[in-house]
Design a protein around this ligand. Structure first.
Ligand SMILES: [Zn+2]
Length: 699
């Protein structure tokens, strides 16, 4: 459900006012500036403190004191938190997530308001025992602990500890399968945990059918906080009998990649072992680590994602987040990602006491821009609802106890753990909207013939006041010279461009453009020595960034190919060579000759449309008012089309690249026979009024 933020805020404000005026004054009334009604709610690794606001308070100080079982202090009281008004959207109910203690220990908390710099009286204290690390220490599986947990956050979990821990979870839980996505430059495995209930679906294609979610835990090796959260969450997902967890896992598959950058983590460096920042490589995929992740996205087709980081601005929020902003990202994906962040995370953060805000808030600098090389944007351009997650590295002014390294690490990790659980809850609650956004994005990308932007972001306006973090991220509007108003329908690559040796990988050896396009999962039409990449595909916004001369970080300068069939045309048409039709009306039968290709957008063909032995047929947002017969053709994609039918796809052998038939209405029968591989629908069901044969029965 999409949330109506202003209405919600207004209603909750009303309720708060009603409660305040309706409540009778207590007999022994507290001083007017004293915090009252302090509560402490325990969760995994943190305590949510909540209290009644004090009129005119500038901020609040949160004090924590260690106590023994009898409530007697065992150490000095410490100010561990400063609540400021820019940390949450609902200020009628202030909350603060206190973290950065040894989970399981017992504490007393008090909170006081400050008016200007004047300290008001402390609240009455609240004493509670915090939640111990998750999992019964005597129950197999649950008893597993990471190296970070067993050392009380003194050490991060090592690479070998991670492999042993994930292997043990795999061995002890039917819900978890660990797969190796690839190897790092230094030959470390890049593992992914595939988690479902009662068992994860057996193949990538079967997992894709569950609308999976993907968490990338550690791309920058020196930002390890999220990775520890991922490892703890994996144990919870694997062994918890909480109905919430089993319900979540019964409705999706959770894909967790703890360490894509194993070499960087082992050496505590931002980049991989070649020095490459992997979060500037997801479109170019020069490195084996990013290639592994992008192939995973191609094969498992996650519909939503989070990408974990840490950042150094100690003034800003606990949890800066940011959606895919590149202007070529489809609007529904941007909107859904914003709904996840501002609609869900801001609201839930205000309940739990975590301070989510836009990345770049509070003087964060020129960050969070439109580089398509950043996973946040790459995933958006792949029609995945997703967000960046940053964990504030140091405690800064609002978490003054974090000179203690272990406590600092705990706050980061447990705030990430909270975020990832919220991410799963959001997907569970908003799954239908996420899938609708994805379908609309895929169809609108394939149908789009409008302008292309090579660099430039959508603006992120400030959240309606109060603004978490106060300031929105930089505008990052596209400069005029990075906009192409008259875009082509395809790029033509020479064989040298497509298959030629490259030097941009580790050790001066790069994979070919052909291999990278295959890793992205784009359809290519080969005619003779020429290779055409049509733009009427689901990743239309990403293709030109790699293949156009204007691309800022591109693979090659492809030749722009423009439509030659436009407007009205009468009589039979025989297509030879590579032909694009855009906004055309073709009155008559169309025959695509052997070795030729037809690519259409917004085009109506009276039909029939026949292709035998063709190089490719790609139809998007098009209509055929007659039968369609495609046989022995190399590349096939039909997205968001309307076909009178019958439709016959037979004997097409398309290598590793399955024919796509998605979001299409067929008024007659659909026959699919002898195609290898079997056609698939990208998760967007077709409407077929007539009977369908086995190969297309599930489409
Ligand atoms: Zn980072």
């Amino acid at each position: 459900m999409r949330r109506q933020r202003p209405t919600l805020i207004a209603v909750s404000t009303l309720i708060a006012i009603t409660l305040t005026t309706a409540a009778p004054a207590p007999a022994n009334a507290a001083p007017p500036d004293q915090v009252t009604a302090l509560t402490a709610h325990q969760a995994d690794g943190y305590t949510t403190l909540a209290w009644q606001p004090v009129d005119g308070a500038t901020d609040y100080q949160i004090e924590r004191t260690p106590v023994d079982a009898n409530g007697t202090p065992t150490g000095a009281p410490t100010i561990v938190g400063i609540w400021r008004p820019n940390r949450q959207i609902n200020q009628q109910a202030p909350t603060f997530a206190d973290a950065g203690y040894n989970p399981g220990d017992t504490f007393q908390w008090r909170v006081r308001a400050r008016t200007g710099t004047t300290e008001q009286p402390y609240s009455d204290p609240v004493t509670a025992t915090t939640t111990a690390p998750w999992g019964n220490p005597t129950t197999p599986g649950e008893q597993l602990r990471t190296g970070w947990e067993t050392t009380h956050a003194a050490q991060y979990t090592s690479d070998t500890d991670e492999y042993a821990y994930t292997a043990a979870i795999d061995a002890l839980s039917d819900r978890v399968r660990v797969v190796e996505l690839g190897r790092t430059v230094q030959n470390r495995p890049i593992n992914m945990m595939v988690i479902g209930h009662p068992t994860p679906a057996a193949t990538p294609e079967a997992v894709a059918a569950t609308a999976p979610v993907a968490i990338n835990c550690n791309v920058h090796g020196n930002e390890p906080g999220d990775r520890e959260a991922c490892l703890i969450m994996a144990r919870q997902l694997a062994f918890s009998t909480d109905p919430r967890i089993t319900d979540l896992l019964s409705h999706t598959t959770v894909l967790i990649v703890p360490t894509i950058n194993g070499d960087g983590r082992a050496n505590n460096t931002r980049g991989n072992s070649t020095g490459q920042d992997l979060n500037r490589d997801y479109s170019l995929i020069r490195q084996p680590e990013t290639t592994a992740y992008i192939k995973m996205v191609r094969d498992y087709r996650p519909v939503a994602g989070y990408d974990g980081h840490e950042f150094g601005n100690s003034r800003a929020g606990d949890l800066p987040m940011l959606p895919p902003r590149h202007q070529n990202v489809a609007q529904p994906i941007f909107d859904q990602s914003q709904d996840m962040i501002e609609g869900h995370m801001y609201a839930k953060g205000a309940e739990a006491g975590w301070w989510a805000c836009p990345y770049g808030c509070e003087g964060g600098g020129n960050v969070g821009l439109s580089e398509e090389t950043i996973l946040r944007n790459t995933l958006g351009l792949k029609n995945v609802t997703n967000s960046l997650l940053e964990l504030r590295s140091s405690g800064g002014q609002t978490r003054p106890d974090e000179g203690n390294t272990a406590n600092n690490r705990r706050r980061k990790t447990y705030s990430a753990l909270w975020t990832f659980h919220q991410f799963l809850d959001y997907h569970r609650a908003d799954r239908a909207d996420i899938l609708k956004a994805r379908s609309e994005a895929i169809e609108s990308q394939a149908a789009n013939t409008g302008r292309l932007v090579f660099r430039g972001s959508r603006p992120i306006p400030a959240h309606p006041a109060p603004h978490p973090g106060d300031s929105p991220p930089p505008l990052d509007a596209p400069p005029a010279d990075l906009i192409l108003d008259n875009p082509p329908c395809a790029y033509k690559l020479t064989d040298a461009q497509y298959n030629g040796a490259r030097t941009d990988g580790p050790g001066g050896v790069g994979t070919t453009v052909a291999q990278r396009i295959a890793a992205h999962g784009w359809k290519v039409i080969t005619i003779g020595d020429d290779h055409y990449v049509p733009l009427n595909q689901p990743e239309r916004g990403l293709i030109p960034l790699l293949l156009d001369g204007k691309g800022v970080e591109k693979l090659t300068d492809g030749e722009r190919i423009y439509p030659t069939l436009t407007g009205r045309r009468n009589g039979p048409l025989a297509v030879t060579g590579f032909t694009c039709a855009d906004d055309a009306t073709i009155n008559g039968p169309v025959t695509v000759r052997a070795g030729a290709a037809l690519v259409t957008t917004a085009t109506t063909i009276s039909g029939p449309l026949t292709a035998t032995g063709a190089a490719g047929i790609l139809l998007a947002d098009s209509t055929v008012n007659g039968p369609v017969r495609i046989a022995a053709t190399d590349t096939i994609s039909i997205i968001d089309a309307t076909i009178a039918g019958p439709v016959d796809l037979s004997g097409n052998t398309t290598g590793t690249d399955a024919p796509v038939l998605a979001g299409t209405t067929i008024r007659g029968p659909l026959n699919c026979t002898g195609n290898n591989p079997t056609p698939h629908n990208l998760g967007i069901a077709n409407t077929v009024h007539g009977p369908r044969t086995t190969q297309c029965a599930a489409l």
